[in-house]
Design a protein around this ligand. Structure first.
Ligand SMILES: *[C@@H]1O[C@H](CO)[C@@H](O)[C@H](O)[C@H]1NC(C)=O
Ligand SMILES: *[C@@H]1O[C@H](CO)[C@@H](O)[C@H](O)[C@H]1NC(C)=O
Ligand SMILES: *[C@@H]1O[C@H](CO)[C@@H](O)[C@H](O)[C@H]1NC(C)=O
Ligand SMILES: *[C@@H]1O[C@H](CO)[C@@H](O)[C@H](O)[C@H]1NC(C)=O
Ligand SMILES: *[C@@H]1O[C@H](CO)[C@@H](O)[C@H](O)[C@H]1NC(C)=O
Ligand SMILES: *[C@@H]1O[C@H](CO)[C@@H](O)[C@H](O)[C@H]1NC(C)=O
Ligand SMILES: *[C@@H]1O[C@H](CO)[C@@H](O)[C@H](O)[C@H]1NC(C)=O
Ligand SMILES: *[C@@H]1O[C@H](CO)[C@@H](O)[C@H](O)[C@H]1NC(C)=O
Length: 752
């Protein structure tokens, strides 16, 4: 093994010195694996790499990593890059306070702790004191930081807490119940739970939760999970005695979620298989609760129009929702549950012609806070809940509202606003007992970020014209005094899918690029996202997916024409669906980019849809979708058929094969430098896409004379996945990506 490593290392040095080419590990091809899609024969010589447990696949990972590290470890500023990232990462982070019962709660992270800690106090002020009381510290649950707190749910009176823990980033969680005043856990632990919905009954005796049948040990990590059901658990009893409340036996592969109405008298159930195609049911709980919740509930359909629905509040039988049913930019509607069907809804806030209604929160009984996405920036308005009438609009700094805290029964509302160069400011609105309303925003807290003088940076929004004439917004972040002469290194990041809007977000990793390299960040809001509602998404999915790639390459052309950067200095980066984006763009315009990083990485912002449908509620998504003909065969891949279409359909097959990164690598073509990042195991996404793509890339162009830039893969071995991923591992991932970029774009490190 040692001898082999040295060989590879020497080989890299020697071949670098000679032709600029790299020597990649030999990867076996099986030319007899050929699929027939409607008469078109498609070879899949690396099919064997789909077997992640095979010894040969493990050896592939080792060999590739050896070549990759032999190269990226030589980056001149590698240790300074690590120091800078670590220094900037270490700043205190906090959530927003909430009141439950007689207590206040707050999540905080002192800087670089693996898991956030939940604090408790009798006053809101006490939460910010050094001696604040630690209520729940997931860092104590394991020595290596891999046990994560996934979800908490407080009983209505604030006496009891349900909390869900996961180990090693697995999607599987265990539910524990705590008496808040004593801090003691009840004896029972609930199992077989993933992405749970949890709702306490208002009598505080128990709660509803979603769970799955007990999985077979060997199926736990790979098999799709079917048969989601809702159970009722009574506190203080064993899970064996839980009652099955809701099931859909004829829809085994549908996902299920549930919530209760404001007074706890109705249950709302949403089922979906495909993004934006939810169906809603409801049932009245009053009698069932009186009878002790001993038998299955009978559900009534509330809407059979498949669309996206967010329940906001209800007054008895009038339920308020935000939906895109019949309104691509979303509207606020009232539904009388006694009169189901879209024809009977009343539109309380009609669809805006351009701005997208993002969310709304009922507050202070009869008020509604409403936020729009207006040219990719958040707005905030106060309206009347019952008729939607506008009361006033608050004036916000250009940024994105990342989180909110406040319920209909509360009089205080908190929210935090992030920008690309500011980790966040939180604001507070206090509604008076007498019905008076706050006319101005009150700054509540500012995040202390001392690593860098953020006032030196600026974010500008530009609009450029894409191939078909569509105007596309793009954020550009840079030092204020940077001279635009085309020599600056640029990192362009994109996603373009699943109706996920890329609103401004703060990322230490991205800001480090700007400060360490005197670089430029560009975030084009390409189609496929939700920036301009359902239409923006529709124009970038299925048969219109090519628009997404065109929008991205036209963004690069814009940056180059306007002298922000030039091809040899331009890196493109994206993860998951964004990994597909950058790999497809490299195939289509290899002449345009200097480097491509198809990354793993933390999901950088509030990609609600992304988390829900692609990563299945995980903050970390390890896949890049590279094989468009076979993604649906693995774990949650079948959920993506609404986004891409699936190769079982003839028309979709012909569309997918046109851009599938694995199938469109061009011989005798000079490619940009490519670094694919992935991890070797995961219980939701498969790295085989990345393995096969890299092997094919190295096979087709790795030996091409003019290919002087590396084509490599970095595989994180035995990764602590998901939110259990320790902070230091995340930092190492960026250290490697930026080391790679420093080498291939030939950029200078600038001291802070
Ligand atoms: C190559 O693939 C074919 C078809 O799947 C299979 O029968 C054969 O065993 C494979 N060969 C090797 C060496 O794996
Ligand atoms: C929680 O603990 C307190 C203090 O022992 C006790 O009075 C209360 O009844 C407990 N609550 C529940 C729901 O068990
Ligand atoms: C739980 O169920 C078992 C078996 O069905 C029964 O014997 C036991 O009494 C139940 N316990 C409670 C607390 O209901
Ligand atoms: C889940 O249900 C779908 C639809 O019935 C079925 O095709 C699939 O095989 C099931 N998966 C498992 C693991 O049982
Ligand atoms: C909406 O409701 C508020 C509060 O009841 C009332 O003052 C206002 O006139 C109503 N507006 C409309 C258009 O009905
Ligand atoms: C996204 O933002 C919404 C609205 O602020 C919030 O309710 C939700 O929890 C956020 N999701 C994530 C994953 O942060
Ligand atoms: C780009 O920068 C170069 C070098 O400073 C300059 O000659 C050129 O005019 C600039 N082009 C534009 C479009 O600003
Ligand atoms: C690439 O170029 C080589 C040498 O000129 C030639 O033999 C080969 O056929 C070309 N491959 C393709 C796919 O065009």
């Amino acid at each position: 093994m040692v001898a082999k490593l040295i060989c590879i290392f020497v080989a890299v040095l020697v071949s670098c010195g000679e032709s600029g080419g790299f020597k990649y590990p030999k990867v076996r091809r099986n030319e007899s694996v050929i699929d027939d899609y409607f008469g078109t024969k498609v070879a899949d010589p690396y099919r064997w790499l789909e077997d992640l447990n095979a010894v040969e696949t493990k050896q592939f990972v080792k060999d590739q990593n050896a070549v990759t590290h032999a190269y990226i470890d030589t980056a001149p500023a590698r240790s300074q890059i690590r120091e800078t990232l670590t220094k900037l990462w270490t700043y205190p982070k906090e959530g927003l306070p909430k009141k439950r019962g007689n207590n206040y709660f707050l999540n905080k992270n002192s800087g670089i702790q693996n898991q956030w800690i939940l604090y408790k106090g009798k006053t809101v002020e006490s939460l910010y004191k050094d001696e604040a009381e630690i209520f729940l510290n997931p860092n104590d649950f394991s020595t290596d930081g891999t046990v994560a707190l996934k979800k908490v749910s407080y009983s209505k009176n604030g006496e009891l807490l349900v909390y869900a823990l996961s180990t090693s980033g697995s999607d599987w969680t265990k539910i524990h119940i705590k008496n808040i005043s004593t801090g003691k856990d009840f004896e029972e632990v609930l199992h077989f739970i993933k992405f749970p919905s949890i709702s306490w009954t208002h009598d505080h005796l128990g709660f509803f939760y979603t769970r799955y049948p007990k999985p077979k040990e060997e199926d736990k990590l790979i098999k799709a999970t079917n048969d989601s059901k809702i159970y009722y658990h009574r506190v203080g009893t064993s899970q064996d005695n839980d009652t099955l409340m809701v099931q859909f036996p004829d829809k085994p592969d549908w996902s299920l979620s549930m919530e209760l109405s404001d007074e706890g008298e109705y249950m709302l159930v949403s089922i979906y298989k495909v993004i934006n195609e939810e169906t809603l049911f409801y049932t009245k709980l009053t009698d069932a609760i009186k009878a002790g919740l001993k038998k299955e509930l009978v559900l009534i359909p509330l809407t059979t129009t498949p669309a996206s629905y967010s329940f906001i509040a209800n007054d008895a039988n009038i339920f308020y929702f935000i939906t895109n049913a019949g309104a691509p930019n979303y509207r606020f509607v009232g539904m009388d549950i006694n009169l189901p069907g879209i024809a009977h809804w009343s539109t309380l806030i009609p669809e805006h012609e351009k701005d997208v209604l993002s969310w709304a929160v009922a507050i202070a009984n009869d008020k509604l806070l409403v936020s729009y996405n207006r040219d990719v920036k958040s707005t905030l308005e106060l309206r009347n809940l019952r008729n939607g009438t506008l009361i006033l609009e608050y004036s916000l700094e250009a940024g994105s509202i990342q989180s909110t805290e406040g319920r209909r029964e509360d009089r205080t509302f908190y929210f935090s606003l992030a920008t690309f160069s500011n980790p966040g400011v939180s604001y507070r609105l206090i509604f008076g007992e007498d019905g008076s309303i706050p006319r101005n925003l009150e700054v509540y807290r500012r995040t202390a970020f001392k690593g860098l003088d953020t006032s030196k940076f600026e974010t500008n929004q530009v609009f450029y014209t894409s191939k078909d004439g569509t105007s596309v917004p793009m954020f550009i972040v840079k030092r204020k005094d940077l001279v635009l002469d085309g020599t600056a290194p640029a990192l362009m990041y994109g996603y373009g899918g699943f109706q996920s809007s890329m609103e401004p977000f703060f990322s230490v990793a991205f800001l480090s690029f700007v400060s360490m390299f005197d670089g430029i960040l560009a975030f084009p809001n390409i189609r496929g996202g939700g920036e301009y509602g359902t239409k923006w998404w529709d124009d970038g999915r299925l048969f219109k997916k090519q628009n997404v790639f065109d929008d991205f390459s036209y963004a690069a052309e814009y940056l180059i024409k306007a002298n922000y950067t030039s091809t040899p200095k331009l890196a493109i980066q994206g993860g998951s669906n964004g990994g597909l984006l950058v790999a497809a763009c490299a195939n289509q315009r290899p002449d345009l980019y200097g480097a491509v990083v198809a990354e793993v990485g933390q999901v950088p912002n509030n990609y609600t849809n992304f988390l829900k449908y692609v990563c299945h509620h995980k903050k970390l998504c390890l896949c890049s979708v590279m094989d468009m003909l076979r993604f649906q065969h693995f774990t949650v891949g079948s959920f993506w058929c609404g986004e891409y279409g699936c190769s079982e359909d003839k028309d979709h097959f012909h569309n997918l094969i046109k851009y599938s990164p694995l199938h469109n690598i061009k011989a005798n073509t000079t490619y940009p430098a490519v670094l694919v990042q992935t991890a070797d195991t995961d219980d939701r996404v498969v790295p085989s896409h990345s393995f096969k793509y890299t092997s094919q890339l190295q096979h087709v162009v790795g030996n091409f004379k003019a290919q002087t830039q590396p084509l490599m893969i970095r595989v994180e071995e035995k990764a602590g996945h998901g939110s259990g991923k320790p902070t230091w591992k995340q930092i190492e991932e960026y250290v490697d990506a930026y080391s790679f970029l420093q080498l291939v774009l030939n950029i200078k490190f600038v001291e802070l």
